[in-house]
Design a protein around this ligand. Structure first.
Ligand code: N01
Length: 563
């Protein structure tokens, strides 16, 4: 039986658009669909808005994009009034901002929380999606939009014995809402990506002992988080419209221009001075997050200079030479993972109550009732924190039973690696849209910029098609194939081709059994903007449009008063 064979909840469509996810992407999607006059409902499995910021409440959780630029475009008055108190916002501050955006735009009335999409099925005859929630509710919609985020499916490694562990254990991406104290406790932290690097220094301040289980050593740059006054923020706020435009043209979804310096042509003295200065103020990463030919994602010589500089900093900062050496990354370029920024990360390993354990040298074999057993040792702990990441970029799409025209699920459609047209759509999945999907710039960016970029384009496409009386949109299979070839070529033309050497989640290598392929579009946000403009000007090249049989939206039922 398909979802369509089940008894219908009512004739016609329940809504025009069903949006999954109430993070930054789902919120903007709701805002824009309302502007088009489309009846929209949003579902989220969380109990409140926030998306990734709803779940990531671990100690030390903050954003790696400066607060002033981690704001949405559609609440300009709020953005002028909102006072960010630090250069990089905490999870609490970001959630408070999102709550205020949602309140001002009266979003909650169209969002169903604690409601999970479990299956969705395209019906060719009526050209509708029928979606099923975990409560068994069926929702028929014309459009189905997955604003489910690139980092939603958290991964706890499959370690034997976890069920028998007598202490507490947490995954950072599913952190409890009530405060979790670590005072006087022995804590194991597994994972040293962006999350581990944030949580470790904060936990170590209270814990009796913190044991860090590191697998692949990482390059960590100082965040240089500083307090921010309204006076500091004013010049940026005054230039918001221009800066937003610049962010759309930037490589990384931020308005900062790439460095002009050619590090490999400077004297050793001059480049040391420059990198030292940037290391103190924040900004070394700018040499390896832009795509220009003289910078470190394209030029190995430049990458080596920056990587060596960071290696030197690790040796200078970590007192114990053996620990410093274990923490020093070799064998892959800097910047091919998301740049990790931290506060007092390397310094934390100089504390008496912090120990490093290399999982590469001595792997974890099981969780015992009282801790962790590795091949060569046993560690007694009270708490285990898994900072072990996500089934990134594809997990939130493949974990749901979404079936297109042929009856294939997304997981089956992507068996040989993810495939989309512009990160937005797949052939055989009409009117299904992905926000920040693989094949788009999504995670190689300030994600607020890229979600808005994708949604602006999609809204233009839907509006354009509807103006012609066409309400079914589907990626052309050839256009999709050619786009994915281009995505692969672009990655090959940069040092991202080596991402697998760093076990990067950009490649899927961190998830056992997942097809290994570099997933995001690495041409830069600005280049992608130009491509979208070009596709738009060429009558939305690559998107087939057709008319659906008329299926009316069931109007809202009047609500009983006083309820
Ligand atoms: O996840 P990760 P994350 N045994 O996948 C290790 C964003 N973010 O949550 O590298 C032992 O990067 C794994 O080791 P290895 C940001 O985009 C942003 O930290 O696979 N170790 C790695 O060390 C980021 O990139 C912010 O060898 C195991 C770690 O766990 C993304 O989220 C803050 C293991 C996972 O690192 C994901 O970051 C936080 C095992 N079985 C997150 N399995 C900011 O904005 C995994 N690991 C600042």
């Amino acid at each position: 039986m398909t979802l369509h064979d089940a008894p219908a909840a009512g004739a016609g469509l329940d809504v025009d658009a069903l949006v999954i996810g109430a993070g930054f992407a789902g919120m903007y999607q709701l805002y824009r669909l309302r502007k088009l006059g489309l009846r929209t409902r949003v579902l989220d499995r969380a109990a409140g808005i926030g998306g990734t910021w709803y779940w990531n409440r671990y100690p030390g959780a903050r954003c790696d994009i400066p607060s002033l630029f981690y704001t949405v475009s559609y609440t300009p008055e709020l953005n002028q009034k909102w006072q960010w108190t630090e250069r990089f916002g905490t999870h609490e501050a970001i959630r408070a901002y999102m709550e205020e955006v949602a309140r001002q735009e009266d979003m909650h009335r169209d969002i169903s929380f604690e409601t999970t999409l479990v299956a969705a099925d395209w019906d060719e005859g009526s050209a509708t999606w029928t979606s099923m929630t975990d409560a068994g509710e069926r929702i028929r919609s014309r459009y189905l939009i997955m604003a489910t985020g690139a980092l939603s499916e958290s991964r706890v490694p499959d370690l034997p014995g976890l069920g028998g562990f007598k202490g507490r254990w947490f995954h950072t991406g599913r952190w409890p809402h009530e405060p979790v104290g670590f005072t006087g406790r022995r804590v194991a932290v597994i994972g040293t990506g962006s999350t581990g690097v944030q949580v470790i220094p904060v936990v170590a301040q209270d814990a009796a002992e913190t044991i860090v289980f590191q697998r692949t050593p990482k390059f960590v740059l100082p965040a240089v988080n500083v307090p921010m006054t309204e006076e500091d923020a004013r010049p940026v706020k005054e230039m918001y419209p221009a800066l937003r435009k610049a962010a759309r043209r930037g490589d990384y979804g931020t308005p900062f221009p790439p460095p002009a310096e050619h590090l490999d042509e400077m004297s050793v003295q001059d480049r040391e001075t420059l990198l030292e200065d940037l290391y103190t103020k924040g900004g070394v990463g700018s040499f390896v997050v832009s795509y220009h030919d003289h910078l470190g994602l394209k030029k190995q010589e430049v990458n080596d200079i920056v990587a060596d500089f960071v290696r030197k900093k690790i040796r200078e900062t970590v007192d114990d030479p053996a620990t410093a050496e274990t923490m020093t990354p070799y064998g892959y370029p800097i910047g091919i993972n998301r740049i990790i920024i931290g506060t007092d990360y390397y310094e934390t390993f100089n504390r008496d109550n912090v120990r490093l354990h290399s999982v590469l040298d001595d792997p974890i074999v099981e969780v015992t009732a009282t801790g962790l057993r590795t091949q060569n040792a046993e560690f007694e702990v009270d708490d285990i924190i898994f900072a072990t990441g996500y089934d990134g970029m594809t997990g939130s799409f493949t974990s749901v039973d979404v079936r297109g025209r042929t009856g294939k699920t997304i997981r089956e459609y992507w068996a040989d690696g993810p495939s989309t047209y512009l990160g937005l759509q797949m052939a055989d999945f009409p009117n299904l849209f992905l926000i920040t999907g693989p094949g788009g710039p999504s995670v190689l960016s300030n994600v607020i910029t890229t979600t808005e970029q994708s949604i602006d384009f999609l809204m233009g496409l839907i509006e354009h098609a509807r103006a012609d009386g066409l309400d079914v949109i589907e990626a052309d299979a050839d256009a999709e194939r050619r786009w994915m070839e281009h995505v692969a070529d672009v990655a090959q033309g940069s040092l991202y081709r080596d991402s697998y050497k760093a076990n990067s989640w950009y490649t899927g290598l961190n998830v056992p059994g997942k097809k290994v392929v570099f997933m995001p579009y690495a041409g830069g946000v600005g280049t992608f903007e130009t491509i979208l403009e070009d596709v738009t000007a060429d009558d939305y090249r690559g998107f087939r449009r057709s008319a659906a049989a008329r299926t009316e939206v069931v109007p809202d039922q009047p609500q009983p008063a006083g309820g």
